[in-house]
Design a binder for this molecule. Sequence first.
Ligand code: GLN
Length: 467
Amino acid sequence: MASVIERLHQQLVSKEISCEALVQQKLDALNASEYNGSNIVLDQYALDLAKKVDTKIANGETIGLLEGIPFGVKDVYLLQGTYSSASSDFLKQYNSPYTATAIQKLLDAGAIPVAKENCDSFGHGSSTENTVFGPTKNALDINKVAGGSSGGSAVNVAKDFTAFSIGGDTGGSIRQPAGYNAIYGLKPTYGKISRFGLMAYASSTDCVGPIAKELDDIRIVLNTMAGKDVKDQTTFASDAISDQATSSVLPKGTKIGYYKNFIETEALDPKMKQQFKDMLAKLEAEGMEIVPLDFFDADILVATYYALAMAETASNLARLDGTNYGVREEGENLKEGYSITRSENFTAETQRRIVGGNQVLSQGHSEEIYNKAQALRAQISHHFDEDFKEVAIVLSPVTPSPVPNIGDIMDDPMKMYLSDAYTVGFSLGGLPTLTAPLALETGLQITAAKRNEEILFTSANFLKQVL
Ligand code: GLN
C-alpha cells in the first residue's frame, strides 16, 4: 500500500521520529513557505496535541493509523480554538464556536491540524486569488495559480507540508486545484460526508473531501469522515471503501464513457485534446470498451451551475450583516450599518455573486432564471442516471486549459467561470468524482454513479498502471 499516512504511522510507532518532531517539521515548513497556502499556522495547537501522542507512545499504548498525522484544513471549516476566516475580511477574526463534523472525526481519530488553509473567499473562485490573504502559488511553478478554491490545501499537500488536507468542493474546488498541482482530490457523492460546520456556499452541491498525494490516503481519510450525521439531514450511511479497491484493476471489456462534446470542441486546449485522445487509444489497446456519449454543452452546464450557485450563496451569505458574525461597521441607522458592513467586507467577486444571485431570485426573474436552472439540473441528473446504466465510469479532463499565470483570470470573470466547464456538471448531479494526476497536464477526472466511490479507486489504480 502506497500511503503517506501509513509511512508516517510506521515512523511514529517505530520511534524513528517523535510526533512532536514530525509536527514541528511541518510547522517549520509551513511557516517558511513561499507559496502562501496557509492563513494561519496552528503552531501551539498542533504541538500540544503532538505531545499527547508522544506520551501514549512512550507509555507503550497502541496508536491508531491517523494518530499524530499532520493535516491541513481549508479555512472554511470551523475548528474550535481557531479563526475561520473564509479568506474574507468579514470573518478574519471570527472565532469558531464549534468544530465541523468531518474535522471532528479526524480529531477523534487523532489526526493533528497544522494549518487553516488559504482559499478563494467563501469558495468563490477557481484560482485562490480571490482572497484577502494574497494569492496562493502553484506548487509546480510559482508564477502560476494554485487553482481554487481549495488552492492552499492542494499546494500544502503537493509540497509535503501536510500529509493530507481537507478541501471543499461546490463546483470543482477540490478537483481543479488537485489537478493543477498534480495530486489526487476527491469530491464524494453529495451527502456522503457531513457539511455541518462547513461554511455554506451553494448548499445543494457543497461537498467535503480529501486532497492527498496517494490514492490510499484519499481512501483512509474518506472512510474516516464519511457517515450519517444528525446535524446534516442530507447525509447517508455508507460502507467503508475496501483496501482492495486501491489494488484491484478494471476487468477487460469495462465500458468507459467520455462526453464527445467535452473533447470535440475548440474550447479544449489542442495539446490536452491530443493527450485525452492518446489516453483513449491506450485504454482501447488494454481491452477497455470506449463509449462516446452525448451530453449538454459545457456552457449550459456552466450557466446552470452559476445561476444556482449564485442564488444559493446570496441566500446563505445574507446572514453576514454585522449582527451575529464577524465585523460590524456602524452607519447612521441599522440599514445603513448593514450596507456599509457588507460593502466593505466582501471581496468584489463575492459581491458580484451576491448581486447576481439576488437578481436570479428576484420577483420577475426567478421564473426565467432560477426555475429554468432547476429544470435543467433535473435533466442533467436524469442524463447521468441513464449514462451510468451504460458505462462504469466517465473520463473527462479537469479543465479545458492549462494552468493560468497569476493575474490572468481575475479580471475576466467569464473566463474564470468557463474554466469550470468540466467540473460543475458532476456537482449538479451530486456524483462522486476524483481527480487523478494522470494523462493530461491538469489531471484526469474519473466519475461514477452516485454512491459508487469504490470504482473510482479501482479505476484510478488501473489507469495509473496502464497510462
Ligand atoms: N470555481 C467554482 C466557483 O467559483 C467552484 C468553486 C467551489 O467549488 N467552491 O463557484
